[in-house]
Write a protein that binds this ligand. Structure first.
Ligand code: ADP
Ligand code: MG
Length: 318
């Protein structure tokens, strides 16, 4: 009988629909790879069912807070079920963009200068004076984003001071802490990493050219609004640097099995780290499927390798 994999998708984040699409697609591909696969949402029946009838492993594909901040992983670890992807601790430090950025900057990776502050600090110290101090330090243009978010929800580019308050409100709609970051002008790329027994491997670098300039929610999930080039139209040297950055980020953050780093490459060829995703999108228009399509392997063998790794380790490893 073939091994059974429970793909966990949905959840209650604003990225619920994207996650469901990712989950359905991965389940189909797992079936093509010879597994028995079902998609389950995060609800009160999930853990009892996983305990009563444990699958070979779970495949968490819930995007956003509960799926990528380590909470779901913590729950799976607590019931002793093996799962694909990073453990709870690594998810937690990666999902918080300020913490991940600080750890990677300490490791020598270029991370855009940023300031992370909770809404309460603006209330206590007074928003105008604090915003003036921040913009004095960082200058314009800036990117304002939720410190813990995804799918570019609540992300704005701010080119002048007048636009800043509205951008802050938009970001605070998604969480208590906002990250204000220097805008990097250049080429946006994403690099997917997979791990096998020989170590980490970077997939072909995907270049993203959004019509609007910002790879925002509609640019991501509306077909035809964004152009992709795989491999990215960069020199071999810069492609290698982007791959090396994603591999280093995966290692420094203690990630496992797979991840996708979002990067910017400036005119000088410097590779800047934006963020890393522990449960990357797997929809038709998502970046990892595009990277796999441009690689010598195919999605069924990538997924089969991920499942094989998950099922071969002690479930509570984190
Ligand atoms: N510092 C930056 N400079 C330029 N563009 C940025 C910067 N930060 C974010 N962006 C743009 O905003 C998008 C979303 O930001 P990202 O940090 O990847 O957060 P999310 O978790 O929402 O994907 C990126 O895909 C990119 O287009
Ligand atoms: Mg991103």
């Amino acid at each position: 009988m073939s091994a059974r994999v429970v793909v966990i998708a949905g959840g209650l984040s604003p990225e619920r629909d994207v996650s469901i699409r990712s989950g359905r697609r991965v389940a189909e591909d797992l079936r093509d790879a010879g597994f028995e696969a079902e998609v389950r949402d995060v609800d009160a029946t999930l853990l009892p069912d996983l305990i009563a009838d444990p699958p070979a492993c779970a495949f968490p594909l819930v995007h956003g807070v509960a799926g990528e901040d380590g909470s779901l992983q913590e729950a799976l670890q607590s019931i002793g079920l093996a799962f694909v992807g990073s453990g709870a601790h690594a998810c937690r430090r990666s999902f918080d963009k300020a913490i991940a950025g600080a750890l990677l900057a300490d490791a020598g990776i270029a991370v855009p200068e940023s300031i992370a502050l909770p809404q309460s600090m603006f209330r206590d110290l007074g928003a105008p004076v604090l915003l003036a101090a921040i913009t004095d330090q960082l200058g314009f243009p800036l990117v304002v984003k939720p410190n813990r978010g995804g799918s570019a929800l609540g992300v704005s580019v701010v080119r002048e001071a007048e636009e800043l308050p509205a951008a802050m409100v938009a970001a605070f709609a998604y969480g208590e802490v906002v990250l204000i970051q220097r805008f990097i002008e250049g080429t946006e790329v994403a690099v997917a990493i997979t791990e096998n027994d020989d170590g980490c491997h970077a997939m072909p670098v995907v270049e993203i050219v959004a019509d609007s300039g910002l790879y925002d929610y509609s640019a991501r999930y509306t077909a035809g609004t964004t152009e992709f080039f795989t491999p990215a139209r960069l020199t071999d040297e810069v492609l290698a640097a982007a791959a090396a950055t994603a591999i280093q980020a995966h290692g420094v953050l203690g990630l496992r099995d797979w991840s996708r780093s979002d990067l910017m490459v400036d005119e000088a060829g410097t590779v800047w780290f934006l963020e890393v995703n522990v449960a990357p999108g797997m929809t038709e228009t998502s970046l990892v499927p595009q990277a796999i399509a441009a690689s010598p392997t195919d999605v069924t063998s990538v997924l089969a390798d991920l499942v094989a790794r998950a099922t071969s380790r002690t479930p509570r490893e984190s």
